[in-house]
Ligand binder design. Structure first.
Ligand code: ATP
Ligand code: MG
Length: 363
């Protein structure tokens, strides 16, 4: 039995039921993907999942889950006998009992349960009670007249259940940033389709691996669309070289990707495009260049990492597991990258480029 706690959805008023059901379905889907057939019940602010203890780690990755505890279900009267067995062989330096009564019709208060069970443990094991930072926490939750006992609370990713917020198309490279952007959107409940522009640098296998890691946070397999980057970029590059404005290549490269992403997003009925841009990180991510990139696409673009430092992004990438895939990324310089890259170009010049691209049917 696994107790699943969720936070934010508890406060969503009328939407609450729908959110709980979605979360339950997503948990069962995550387990099924790993070959576990579980059962789940929604009860008073908790989801109780019947599955083996190993399922806890899988459930902790489901967006919307705040924490999980592998637990044993019993009558309250059976708790002492259970603990006598379960705590055998343990010898913590200190402990405490932490009770939560989700069922207010239960006759004892949480404090009474803490005292009663705490006294039982002291009597039988002689351990010291410490309320602040004890080595062992004996958790008890009273739900619908039953007691659930556990010793571990695994932190979940939090956020909202995937599928409650519509869909986005995520531009996924083989780098560190965009997988984190994708994760953050999943975490906030958006469904994602990944779009990768293949530059023939073997990044594709890294991207496939990344998608596989991200699948742990998604109720269904994430669709990966791969496009040939050179084909998309070629007409832009040839116009720029004719105009002698190669320094705009990186900006136009992003424009090319975003415009193609917008087409796909419309087909996929997605409501936004997501990138891993972080302000000022590289030349194409200055505020001026983000302005040009955004202005040339009539579609909402979301940049969940915009205000994050590289260290913060790397920390998340390591935590969610996508950093490890990146380490296999075969770094290779982009063959189109010019010697000089605009970082604060003139609007008029950019408009001129767009006009030529439009006249020649590129955009
Ligand atoms: P990342 O670490 O995500 O690759 P980056 O720091 O390398 O980002 P850029 O190369 O400027 O930065 O890319 C900015 C964003 O553009 C990326 O986060 C990603 O969303 C998108 N992008 C870049 N290259 C590709 C690609 N080959 N396919 C799909 N999207 C890409
Ligand atoms: Mg990159």
């Amino acid at each position: 039995m696994i107790i699943v706690r969720y936070g934010e959805i508890g406060i969503k008023g009328g939407k609450r039921r729908e959110f709980e059901r979605k979360l339950r379905d997503n948990i069962l889907a995550a387990l099924r993907r790993k070959g576990i057939e579980g059962k789940a019940r929604i009860v008073r602010g908790r989801i109780l999942v019947e599955a083996p203890d190993e399922a806890a780690e899988i459930i902790a990755k489901v967006p919307g889950v705040v924490s999980v505890s592998p637990a044993r279900e019993m009558l309250y009267e059976e708790v002492p006998a259970y603990l006598k067995e379960a705590l055998k062989g343990h010898s913590p330096e200190s402990f405490k009992v932490e009770t939560q009564r989700l069922d207010k019709t239960f006759l004892k208060t949480s404090v009474e349960v803490n005292r009663e069970i705490g006294a039982f443990i002291v009597e039988n094991f002689g351990w010291k009670v410490r309320l602040k930072n004890p080595e062992l926490v004996v958790g008890i939750e009273i739900i619908s007249g039953r007691a659930y006992v556990f010793f571990e609370k695994i932190r979940g990713v939090g956020g909202l259940p995937v599928g409650t917020q519509g869909k986005v198309v995520v531009l996924l490279s083989g780098g560190i940033d965009s997988p984190v952007a994708a994760f953050l959107m999943l975490k906030r409940g958006a469904e994602i389709t990944a779009l990768h522009f293949d530059q023939g640098l073997n990044a594709r296998s890294v991207v496939e691996k990344t998608v596989d890691i991200l699948n742990d946070y998604s109720p269904k397999d994430i669709e990966l669309i791969v496009e040939n980057h050179f084909e998309v970029l070629k007409p832009y590059v040839s116009v720029l070289s004719r105009l002698g404005l190669q320094e705009w290549t990186c900006v136009l490269c992003k424009v090319a990707m975003l415009r193609r992403a917008a087409e796909i997003a419309r087909e996929e009925k997605a409501l936004g495009i997501v990138t891993g841009d972080s302000l000022g990180q590289v030349a194409s991510q200055t505020l001026a260049n983000l302005y040009f990139e955004t202005m040339s696409v009539r579609f909402p673009i979301h940049r969940p990492l915009l205000g994050m430092d590289k260290e913060e992004i790397v920390a998340i990438a390591k935590r969610i597991g996508t950093y490890q895939a990146f380490l296999e990324y075969p770094y290779c310089d982009c063959p189109f990258r010019p010697d000089r890259v605009v970082t604060s170009g003139k609007v008029e010049q950019f408009q001129r480029i767009l006009d030529v691209l439009e006249r020649e049917g590129v955009i």
